[in-house]
Design a protein around this ligand. Sequence first.
Ligand SMILES: CC(=O)CC(=O)SCCNC(=O)CCNC(=O)[C@H](O)C(C)(C)COP(=O)(O)OP(=O)(O)OC[C@H]1O[C@@H](n2cnc3c(N)ncnc32)[C@H](O)[C@@H]1OP(=O)(O)O
Length: 428
Amino acid sequence: MAPQTRKAAIVGGNRIPFARANSAYAQASNQDMLTATLDGLVARFGLQGRQLGEVVAGAVLKHSRDFNLTREAVLGSRLSAATPAYDVQQACGTGLEAAILVANKIALGQIESGIAGGVDTTSDAPLAIHDEMRRVLIALSSARTLRQRLEALAGVRPGMFVPEAPRNAEPRTGLSMGEHQAITARQWGISREDQDELAVRSHRNLAAAYDRGFFDDLVTPYLGLARDENLRPDTSVEKLAELEPVFGTGDPDATMTAGNSTPLSDGASAVLLASDEWAASRGLPVLAHLVDAQTAAVDHVHGGEGLLMAPAYAVPVLLARNGLTLQDFDYYEVHEAFASTVLATLAAWEDPAFCKERLGLDAPLGAIDRSRLNVNGSSLAAGHPFAATGGRIVASLAKQLHEAGPGKRGLISVCAAGGQGVVAVLES
Ligand SMILES: CC(=O)CC(=O)SCCNC(=O)CCNC(=O)[C@H](O)C(C)(C)COP(=O)(O)OP(=O)(O)OC[C@H]1O[C@@H](n2cnc3c(N)ncnc32)[C@H](O)[C@@H]1OP(=O)(O)O
């Protein structure tokens, strides 16, 4: 018998303000931030002591001791300890992927409620000991005699004391996300002016959303921060124009700066999903439903495709399955990994050759109404604690759709390291 499905409701979200790396949350761990974020959601929706179907979250940068970070965060929170919890990892798509997993289980009737989230800290990044030193220590721990111990220690060299830090780089190319994106920006001819304009709009939209109280029930102050630390309401195209390029600097016309790239950030987010019945029986709101989702991957190693271009491939699959066009949305949330990531994705959808040759479409997907893009700000202004970004976007878009009224539709597009992308449709 085919499983009966239903659409998962998004009840609400919570996040802590995002901090810049090595700043307000420098002393906080992933577990601290995720636990605080869960507890904010628990308080908001009266979930103290409640057993939920599942909590699914993750972090891109994790200490080895955090083998199931999400479960530990649940145990540290005021949710019932009988709530199952586990980690997922899909780079910057983690938070959205977690929401999709929870939504799918709700859709299949396997659970009635769940929380999806994500957390990351670049301040408390895990350092690993040198690989050869690790082997020495393993040999030492299994040595039985003094001679075996001395033999193991004889292999130690000074260079082995240098720790290995996680690199913001692709394992198969050695290039950072920014260097990869600089190649894409050049391929698509994305101008510095357009990138800076998009960045300024992100700051203005985020500041305006805070000012109108949009985040009052989405963001809980934490460790002295009430708003995202990276937010600069007074930034301008003129100020951004003064910044030196930081990626692709081998090119005299390099365009990517600290102002049109996301900063390294710390933070956490969580979203409460449920069946309509579960929400109604507790008198809780339904902001929107998660209607459908899609992932895609591109070959950024040998295939000549941009590392962060996979959402461009995922969206047409999602549109076709749902009988929609790219213009059938009231709001678009395209994660601003870099301003040029957003602009290259939009350019790809407008480009007849790309849509025909790469996406196999008869006609381009076309342009979107850019006044409907990232209307409450996005990662360039808020910051981008990798795994936390998806939850920020799902909660903000659901609330935006709810405010706009019934029957509104939003598209989420999140690029991820490894040449992957996660996209989803929400409807109020
Ligand atoms: C991971 C996935 O799966 C997918 C993805 O999302 S990919 C994206 C992943 N994220 C990244 O790769 C992070 C990329 N960012 C970085 O590496 C760093 O933030 C960076 C190299 C871009 C900049 O680092 P930095 O130099 O420490 O930045 P920062 O000191 O904040 O800014 C440099 C200058 O620009 C200025 N500036 C930055 N933003 C500004 C703004 N909006 N307005 C005005 N000035 C600004 C700062 O004030 C600073 O000026 P001073 O030197 O005079 O103080």
